[in-house]
Design a protein around this ligand. Structure first.
Ligand SMILES: [Zn+2]
Length: 151
């Protein structure tokens, strides 16, 4: 395991302990890949996997952490679905842009629910700068943060 992966694993361990108790005893494989996207998640019968793009190596730790939180939200949703449904959904994901947007919305809403609303706002800004859509509007994010704080 190289120093980048060791760094990601350290952040991952802390995040799971703090905010993702359901992922605590799950096997999560952390790997790197040369890819145009930043990170990608899968659910195999033998465990969960997060692929990190080499692109993340040059980015600030703050961004790595935010990316990992988002990916952990996907993984928690995957566990709720189970391995078969997750992989069926992935097929739909490949072919349907509106469905992709729904899944990203769900992950980002979970992120806000877990108290990372400020990071969702940062992610939105960052995406827009990079010319990438963010599935929630600024107003929606702020609304969910407010709703969350009431609970
Ligand atoms: Zn995502």
């Amino acid at each position: 395991m190289n120093s980048y992966l060791r760094g990601y694993e350290k952040i991952l361990g802390r995040l799971i302990k703090k905010s993702f108790p359901r992922l605590k005893d799950k096997k999560i494989y952390l790997k790197e890949k040369d890819a145009p996207w930043r990170a990608h998640v899968s659910y195999f019968p033998w465990g969960l996997r997060i692929l990190m793009s080499y692109k993340l190596r040059g980015l600030p730790k703050k961004i790595t952490k935010r990316v990992l939180i988002h990916e952990l939200c996907h993984l928690e949703i995957f566990l709720k679905w189970g391995v078969i449904r997750t992989n069926l959904n992935f097929i739909i994901y490949l072919f349907s842009k509106p469905y992709r947007k729904d899944l990203e919305r769900e992950a980002n809403m979970l992120m806000i629910k877990k108290g990372y609303g400020k990071l969702a706002l940062d992610a939105r800004k960052d995406n827009l700068k990079r010319g990438i859509d963010y599935p929630l509007s600024e107003k929606e994010i702020k609304g969910y943060i407010k709703e969350n704080n009431k609970r």
